[in-house]
Design a protein around this ligand. Structure first.
Ligand code: HEM
Length: 160
């Protein structure tokens, strides 16, 4: 029995689930929670809300940034016999995916960890600056994530 199609089906499901959780989470944070928290909450509470919310969300993003390239490259090398066998939109998806992962790693190790430190030291001015950096980078990654999904699905069906 050839198990390859089953493995492919599992790999692409995990790949897309990870992308949905990551990009959907950024959409909720940026488009829904951010404007309300900015209007409603005092800086100390707002910064703690973000620090704790992001701590939980980033666990899932870490899983996504491991699962997406693992499953993506597995599909390329086992099902498509390497890069020569993949369509042009997969190259674009890969490039955008790598940029998204690098932006996330930067957000996590620079402004996010500094935000947590600033909150521990009750330095809310510094915390506010770090949160502003996170907001811009997450906004950028959200945009790239949406473009990646358009690339992966919309462009796949273009007649070229
Ligand atoms: C290292 C980065 C990535 C690699 C190597 C990669 C590779 C792949 C491959 C080989 C496929 C299967 C294509 C096909 O069946 O024709 C795929 C599908 C898909 N990928 Fe990626 N991908 C990456 C990153 C991403 C990211 C960051 C997202 C979204 C934010 C994404 C979203 C999708 C979606 C939605 C599909 C399903 C497309 C479909 O079959 O209709 N990928 N990817």
């Amino acid at each position: 029995m050839n198990l390859e199609p089953y493995y492919f089906s599992i790999a692409i499901s995990l790949h897309v689930l990870a992308a949905v959780i990551w990009v959907g989470g950024m959409f909720f944070a940026y488009m829904a929670l951010r404007p309300v928290a900015a209007n409603l909450l005092e800086p100390a509470v707002r910064l703690s809300l973000w620090s704790r919310t992001l701590s939980k969300f980033f666990i899932w993003v870490w899983l996504a940034v491991i699962i997406i390239p693992l499953t993506g490259y597995w599909m390329i090398f086992s099902a498509f016999n390497g890069f020569a066998g993949v369509a042009w939109y997969v190259h674009v998806m890969q490039a955008l995916g790598i940029v998204m992962i690098l932006i996330f790693l930067h957000v996590f190790f620079a402004p996010f960890l500094r935000l947590r430190r600033a909150i521990n030291e009750e330095n809310y001015q510094e915390g506010g600056k770090k949160l502003a950096q996170i907001r811009k980078l997450v906004g950028l990654n959200l945009l790239i994530g949406l473009l990646t999904i358009i690339t992966a699905i919309g462009l796949e069906h273009m007649p070229f």
